[in-house]
Design a binder for this molecule. Sequence first.
Ligand SMILES: NC(=O)c1ccc[n+]([C@@H]2O[C@H](COP(=O)([O-])OP(=O)(O)OC[C@H]3O[C@@H](n4cnc5c(N)ncnc54)[C@H](OP(=O)(O)O)[C@@H]3O)[C@@H](O)[C@H]2O)c1
Length: 346
Amino acid sequence: MKRVALLGATGSIGRQAIEIIEAHPELELCAASSGSTPLDDVDAPLKQVGGDLAELLERADPDVVLNAVVGFAGIHATLWAVENDVPLALANKESLVAGGELVGGRGRIIPVDSEHSALFQCLEGKTGIQGLVLTGSGGPFRGRTRDELASVTPEEALAHPTWRMGPKITVDSATLANKGLELIEAHFLFGLPYDSIEVVIQPTSIVHSLVRFRDGAAIAHIGYPDMRVPISYALTYPERAPTEIPGLDLTALTLQFEAPDVETFPMLELARRAGEAGGTAPCAFNAANEVAVAAFLEGRLPFLGIADVVADALDRADTAAARDLDDLLEADRRARDLAEQGLPVA
Ligand SMILES: NC(=O)c1ccc[n+]([C@@H]2O[C@H](COP(=O)([O-])OP(=O)(O)OC[C@H]3O[C@@H](n4cnc5c(N)ncnc54)[C@H](OP(=O)(O)O)[C@@H]3O)[C@@H](O)[C@H]2O)c1
């Protein structure tokens, strides 16, 4: 029996995780949390709405933590798991991106992001690795021009073509900030330099990512886009429990790939620059993006303004490395302030 602490139980990943846990007799939910949504319909011995996630984990003493909180708010849970060497099924990519060296390379992290779950599986036990290829759908605005994006609404940005997800990551997918966060996430998870991590668009999200090897071979992970697969993999690792998701109908598939349009969607390159700059630049990128996305969803910032706010905050941020959590919290706070200053006056 594996006891799972599920943080972010009311979200898109959280709900699907509950479905997986209920379907597997060897998994047991020992604790569940949300930010503010009541947990009345969640069956767990320990439940917490808001409050201190590290303290909840301390009480729950889980065998695995599934961090499915959205945003930097997940940092305390991620640090708790890596510091206590409790396996961490990590959906909350923002905590790894912002946490950088304070999180990456420590503990036992099993990624839940479909691309990183794919890479994790393709890399396992392998040598001779040349580089990683992260795939992305391109989001709902793939193929559009900047002129066409000037007036898009939150409703349009929330209509993702291949994945059903929470609002923040859906907007991140539309700006390609999500692929940028994933680039930094891949760097900290797998320890490869940024110039060894490519991004390619594969619009139907069938190819979840690839690893290139020095002999010219590449190993890809393919399947239907369904987050229950990587959630189940992370929770039942290394067993790979069965799921009800069907195998691919290969004869019905045509796979197309294209380069990302980095002119129209500058967030991917901004993330790459932040990653290469190091220190707390990734933390600042993430914090400014969280502020800008919230402003866009509230109708206070146009879609194209998201990248402008983030670029400006990154230009002005002090990105000295964080020695500890206090430094990191301070870097996050400063970048949020800079991003707020860049928002249009109401
Ligand atoms: N959805 C996907 O398919 C997908 C795929 C890959 C990676 N991810 C990553 O997984 C994470 C969750 O995404 P999601 O789409 O599931 O988001 P979501 O649907 O918005 O759910 C977020 C969850 O986090 C909780 N939460 C929000 N703010 C919190 C806070 N300050 N303290 C504690 N809990 C808080 C929410 O509780 P309330 O209900 O109370 O707000 C909710 O349970 C994100 O990091 C995302 O990038 C998601």
